[in-house]
Design a binder for this molecule. Sequence first.
Ligand SMILES: [Zn+2]
Length: 258
Amino acid sequence: MPWYYAQSNQRFGPYTDAEFSNMVAQGTVTMDTLVWRDGMQNWVPYSQVQTTMPPSGAAAPPAREYTAPSGDQSMVVCSSCHRAFPEDEVIQYQGAYVCATCKPVFVQRLREGASLAGEMRYAGFWIRFLAYILDSLILGAFNFVLGLVIGLSAAAGGGDPDAMVGLQIVLNLVGIVIGVSYFTFFNGRFGATPGKMACGLRVVTAEGQPITYLRAFARYWALLLSAFTLLIGFIIAAFDEQKRALHDHICSTRVVRK
Ligand SMILES: [Zn+2]
């Protein structure tokens, strides 16, 4: 455990036990010097540490209040970097001291934590269900018209039953390609399919960032998996604290309200 000592409002350290003993021997650290090491709540004169904590360091001293001698400022320890500072050079946040150097990072972290909690409004099961119905209607209508046009023109050109079955298979495959393209393009480009846009929803990463085309592509196949589980993959969103469906779990995505 490293040692620190303070002199004229400046902190020195960390020092190993051996280094520190040397400084005591040389008189750099005297009985009146304020010292601190991990586990101590306050800076105390070295004389106090000596009486309560033998050099073998068997037991940590009990925490005790210490007021610096008049003329000296009392020193406090920054909760982020664990260095000591005069009390008027630090800010206090919920009982913890933060020094000027650590303050920007500390505040930034607070802000990020706060904004994450504030901005991520997870969309519930029913609004997502509605968005999915809308997307299915759009895709269904598109595939229906496509099938109708191609089917009618094939029928007009003779209508061989074998050819019609082959055509049906091709149309089904085309339907899948259209579905993949639809979900990949809209989720990757805009963060939402037209159905989700209409419902004011957006697909984001766990951190609230837009998803990439690759993740949107992968999410489509995970979505099919949710559909193949008798919709149980969708329904679990109603019971998840972050409203995640199976495909959200697989792709680490969330659906949020704009
Ligand atoms: Zn600090």
